[in-house]
Design a binder for this molecule. Structure first.
Ligand SMILES: [Fe+2]
Length: 380
């Protein structure tokens, strides 16, 4: 159908072809709608709330094919770190940096990613970018023959690749095996021991073989992975035995050591029956802790998706506690078919609901989102 539309001139793929519906990002004075198989689309809001598509944005011709829907914005420098992957052609992974003014740097191809791994997210620290190489891989034969384009490779040992943030090539990139650690989403990462240790926190997708077909059988556990850059030793700690994914933090702490995580409780993915708050510092107290310190369940037939943390005072985030703010999410009541925007106090032991805003439309489960200040929207 698409090929026919291209031939008869109805559809020009050079203007973009994706749904631009995975996530959003605000950088370089633009608000972008993102989808990892396509390049970003600049959008803005009309006064009546309608979304206006400005157009696909290839950074003056510097971005080809696609860009992740999970770029990382350094909260101190406003630099943007991202990547793109090619499911067919080598090199499969390319590291991308974008200046705060929106100008993209040269591509940095990662040739040491030797198989077409599915890379959906990554993490940054003050000095490094960290990429996962997991057991989900693109399947070229499937793509050609009309079979499954993605499959799992259970024989493969997952790895984390650590590359200096400002590397000009991958000569200093190091890969560390982390057996059966399938990181689909990253939560945060930082450095300890004067930069000699990398700490990564992420949900590990267990029973990865079910991820593509039976999400009801997938269980994700949030782990802390520590990589000793001097010895190469990798150690791991489980933060909870609960099934948790679609997590967020106070974004002022991206790339820095942080304490609090807010995660959805899948029932099953991509919908969730509630939200929990976890305290990373409990790992330092207990060998086998459950780091969950607050829980909010929305009740029968009520489901949310990914939560998002909004600080109370955006302009003075570090003057307050890390959890001084609100956890927000969309919630859908499948009995009444009503949808709401939920606002919870992040500091309370039960994530107390402090505001409920009825929505005119349902927001499907599974989409990522961001909170944008009105003043930022007005500057677009
Ligand atoms: Fe995602």
């Amino acid at each position: 159908m698409s090929i026919t539309r291209i031939i008869i001139g109805q559809f020009d793929p050079s203007n973009g072809f994706g749904p631009a519906n995975t996530s959003l990002a605000l950088f370089g004075g633009k608000l972008f709608a993102l989808y990892e198989s396509d390049i970003p689309y600049a959008i803005k809001l009309a006064p009546n709330g309608d979304i206006i598509t400005i157009g696909c944005h290839n950074f003056d011709g510097n971005l080809s094919i696609n860009m992740t829907a999970h770029p990382k914005i350094d909260p101190n420098t406003n630099e943007v770190f991202a990547f793109r992957y090619d499911p067919i052609l080598f090199p499969y992974l390319t590291y991308v940096r974008i200046h705060p003014n929106g100008v993209k740097s040269h591509d940095l191809p990662i040739f040491s990613m030797t198989r077409p791994s599915f890379v959906h997210d990554f993490a940054i620290t003050k000095n490094y970018a960290i990429f996962p190489d997991i057991q989900i891989e693109m399947n070229l034969l499937g793509l050609i023959t009309g079979g499954a384009p993605v499959g799992t490779n259970s024989r493969k040992v997952p790895r984390l690749g650590v590359i200096p943030r400002y590397a000009i090539d991958e000569s200093e990139m190091r890969w560390f095996e982390v057996p059966v650690f399938n990181m689909m989403h990253a939560i945060n990462a930082w450095e300890e021991d004067n930069g000699d240790t990398i700490v990564v926190i992420a949900p590990n997708i267990l029973s990865i073989e079910h991820f593509l077909k039976r999400l009801d059988l997938v269980h994700a556990k949030i782990e802390q992975v520590k990589i000793d850059l001097k010895t190469g030793r990798v150690s791991r700690n489980l933060m909870s035995k609960r099934n948790l994914e679609l997590a967020c933090i106070n974004r002022a702490y991206i790339g820095k050591k942080n304490k609090y995580i807010y995660a959805a409780i899948p029932d099953p993915l991509p919908k969730a029956k509630g939200v929990v708050k976890l305290d990373v510092s409990m790992l330092e107290i207990d060998q086998q802790p459950d780091c969950i310190v607050a829980t909010r369940i929305f009740g029968p037939n009520c489901f949310c998706s990914e939560p998002f943390f909004v600080p109370k005072d955006h302009d003075n985030v570090f003057a307050a506690d890390e959890d001084n703010g609100y956890v927000v999410c969309y919630m859908h009541n499948e009995s009444t078919r009503e949808s709401s925007f939920m606002v919870m106090d992040a500091k309370t032991h039960d994530l107390e609901i402090v505001a409920v805003v009825k929505l005119p439309h349902r927001v499907p489960y599974g989409f990522h989102g961001i909170f944008v200040k009105e003043s930022d929207l007005n500057m677009l």
